[in-house]
Ligand binder design. Sequence first.
Ligand code: FAD
Ligand code: NAP
Length: 546
Amino acid sequence: MSDTSTTTDFGAIVVGTGFGGIYMLHKLRDELGLTVHAFEKGGGIGGTWYFNRYPGAKSDTEGFVYRYSFDEDLLQEWDWNSRYLDQPDILAYLEHVVDRYDLRRDIQLSTEVTGAVFDEDRNIWRVRTSTGEEFTARYLVTALGLLAKTNIPDIPGLGSFAGALVHTNAWPHDLDITGKRVGVIGTGSTGTQFIVAAAKMADHLTVFQRSAQYSVPSGNGPVEPAEVAQTKERFGEIWEQVRNSVVAFGFTESTVEAGSVSQAERDRVFQENWEKGNGFRFMFGTFSDIATSQEANEAAAAFIKSKIAEIVKDPDTARKLTPTDLYAKRPLCNEGYYETFNRDNVTLVSIKENPITEITPDGVRTADGTVHELDVLVLATGFDAVDGNYRAMDLRGRDGVSISEHWDEAPTSYLGIATAGFPNMFMILGPNGPFVNLVPAIETQVNWIFELIRDAERSGGGVVEATQEAEDGWTATCQEIANFTLFPKAQSWIFGANIPGKTNTVMFYMAGLSAYRQKLAELAAADYAGFARTAGAPGPSRLPGS
Ligand code: FAD
Ligand code: NAP
C-alpha cells in the first residue's frame, strides 16, 4: 500500500543561505513556528558574499540600503564606515544575523541539494542531498541565487595552465596576488572591480577585454560616524522611499526626459551625477529615459565616452576602452576604472581585435602569437544567471516533469516566485522577478511567500500552485515591459545572452520595486489570484498556538 501520510521531516526546506535563504529560514521558523531545515552547498553561509572573495569585491548598492530592513534594532546597532560595503563586511553582517536569530542549528552546510521531487500521492517534497540523505517537507523554498552558477568559458587549453586558475565566484581563501603576474578575462561588474584593486597589488596586470564598458565613478569613500547617526535617524523614511521607488537604490529617480533640456543642462546634470557617483544613479537619477530612449541613451553614452577620452592618456588604449554599443547593461561604477589603464603595470588586450587562441601552461596566447606570461589567471566571466542553479538540480514537479523540461523554451514564473506544476515550491529571485537593488526585493518576496504559506497553513495545508495561465500572463507582462526598454538590445546576462547556446529571453520584471509590491499586494487581497489552491486535511489550523 502506498504511503499517504502527510507527516514530513520538516514543515519547510530552504535551499541556499544567502540574503534570501537566511531571512526565509527566520520567518518560517521563528514567526510561523514551522520546523525548517536549510541546506547550503558552500562551507559557510552568505551565498554571494561567501564565495566572491576576490580583491575589490564590494556592493555597488550604497551600504545604507544594502542590508535587511526588517529588524529595526539591527538597523540601529550595525555600523558602517564607507559608502559601499566590502565583501568581508557584508559576510560579517550576515554571520551576525545568523547568530542573532540562532539560525545555525537549522542550517546544514557543505550539503548540496542534488534533487527534489514532488510526491503527488502525499503532496509533499522529497529532497535528496549530496550527503546521500533524503528528507521530506510540505514546502520547498529555493533561494539558489540568481548570480551564483559560475560561467567557465570554453577556451582551448584552459586546463593546461600551470599557474593558479580561478573564477571570481570561487576565490580561494588563501590566494594572494601581491607581486604576481596576473591576467583577467572579463570586464563586467566583477572584472572592473577586480581590475581596479588588482592593479594596485599585482606586479603586472593584463586585462583581456571582449566588450568595452561604460563605467562611472562610484564615489566611494569614508562615511563619518555623524553621517551614520543621521542616516539611522532617517531609516523609517529611507525604507519608505526605497520601497516606493523604481530601482530601490536609495535615491530619487529623475522624472525629467533628457530631450526636454538643453545640451548644456544635460551636461551639467551628467557632470553633477558623475561627481556624486553610483552607476544606477547615473542611469536612473540623471534623466528618466536613459534606459528607454535611444537619443537619451546616446547622450549619456557620449558623456561617458568624452570622459574616457579625457582620462586615458594613451590614445590607442582609450580607443579600445570606448564602448561602441548602447549603454544598456547593468550599469557599472568603480573607483577609478579608466584611470587604472594609465598605470605602467597594466596592459589592455582587446580580444575582439586580437582573440585568445589558447591557454598554455605559461599563460594566454593571442592571435598575434604573443604568449602573455602569467602566474595567476582570473576568470571574471560571470554567471549562468537566474535559472543556472535550478537546472543544475534534478528538480521535478507533477508527473515527474523536470524544471529543464518545464523551462524548455525559457525560464518563466509567476511573479518570480512560483512556477506551474511545482506545487508548494516558492522561489526567491526566480525568473522574472524585479530588476532592482536586490535586498529589498528579497525581503518583499520572502514576506509575501511567508504570508501565503501562513494562509495555506491556517486553512489546513493542502497545495498552492501557480496556474500556467497566470505564469504565461506574467511572462507576457515582463516581455512587454522589457521591450519598452533598451536592455534587450544589449548582449548581457540580463537576457541570458552571455552563455553560448542559452535562449535569449526576458528574465526580469523591469517596472520597478514599487509597481511590483503594488501588484503583490493586489493579488494577496484578491485571495492570491493566479494560484490554484486545494484544501488540506480538514480540522484546525496546523500552526502552533493559533
Ligand atoms: P546568493 O547569495 O547567491 O545565495 C544562494 C545560495 O544558494 C548560495 O550560497 C549557493 O551555494 C546556494 N545553493 C545554490 N544551489 C544550491 C543547491 N542545489 N544546494 C545547496 N545550496 C545551493 N546585488 C545588489 O542588489 N547590489 C549589489 O551591490 C550587488 N553586488 C554584488 C556583487 C557581487 C560580487 C555579486 C556576484 C553579486 C552582487 N549582487 C548585488 C547580487 C547578489 O547576488 C544579491 O544582492 C544577493 O546577495 C543574492 O542573495 P540570494 O540569497 O538570493 O543568493
Ligand atoms: P558579467 O557582467 O556577465 O561579465 C562577464 C565578463 O566576462 C564580460 O566582460 C564578458 O564579455 C566576459 N566574458 C564572458 N565570457 C567570455 C569569454 N568566453 N571570453 C572572453 N570574455 C568573456 O559578469 P559579472 O561581471 O560577474 O557580473 C554579473 C552581475 O553580478 C553584475 O551585473 C551584477 O549584477 C553582479 N555583480 C555586482 C557587483 C557590484 O558591483 N556590486 C560586482 C560583481 C557582480 P562580454 O561583455 O563581451 O560578454
